[in-house]
Design a protein around this ligand. Sequence first.
Ligand code: PMP
Length: 348
Amino acid sequence: MFNINNILRENIKNLKPYSSARDEFKGEASVYLDANENAFGSPLNKDYNRYPDPLQYAVKMRLSEIKGVPARNIFLGNGSDEAIDILFRSFCNPGADNVILVPPTYGMYEVSANINDIAVKRVNLTEEYQLNLEGIAEAIDKNTKLIFICSPNNPTGNSINREDIETLLANFNGLVVVDEAYINYSRQKSFIQELTEYANLVVLQTLSKAWGLAALRVGMAFASEEIIAVMNKVKPPYNINEASQQLALEALQNVEQVNGWIKETLTERDNLVLKLKEFEFVVDIYPSDANFILVKTTDARGIYNYLVEHGIIVRDRSKVELCEGALRITIGTPQENITLINTLTNFK
Ligand code: PMP
């Protein structure tokens, strides 16, 4: 049985979190002389002389409406990259614990594990880019605290079989982190609705992709109240700045505009796949549930360099195990995609 107390990092168990006088004070005051802010104002003429809400209540309430998840089950990070780091710092003892990663997958899990001195156990995806459940079961030991599953997966683009993730959730006594950065482009349902079913589930999402707000650095973790409370204790107090909170709140009103972009991206994805398949140097294009495609080619480096010469940057993934010869190409605007195809027409 999963029990959060069994996986908490030792020094977090009795952690006294940083607390400001304003956290303790509830309600509106007329004079704030507690936080050594500049009382005169800010050169920007907004309330930027004041620290932002550490628990980002307004943004969470709006996300709660959109996602159908109570605000107390939502953690906000400075990008989901921060949420990944906070998971390591909350649940993994440096030098002792380990995490299971399933490459090829998003690179930050390993970087974050390395920074936090957490051992990485790699269990490669299968040739079909699905989970090797037997391999994962063998790799799990008493110090395995986290398993990261990216679905839709970066860089392969496909979704991971839902039943396999459920099997992990039901059998693993640590946290299963399902990174849904690209979920808005997927035919698969989000795992968010399963939070009440699985106490060991953490779902990551972000405003950096479909929401078009990569510059604001706002990522979300959805999990049980207990897990979110721990993450809030461990995070830096003011991790989402006031400008990002205000702008995120404003942007989160624009659901229809975002849905329009998602639809257009999917149409463009289909078009791009059809056009790319006509090139001789394209060997295979993997089915994608994301806003990018993994394109296997006969000469990844040559194509990459040629595109760079023509001012087009794609991602060369050809040195990544199981992605040999592959380029990862983000779906652009219709015009950008035409430019890409026209440029490739002259590649020899
Ligand atoms: N998860 C995945 C799978 C990603 O591809 C990315 C960004 N490339 C992130 C998380 C991080 O997103 P952010 O920190 O911008 O929220």
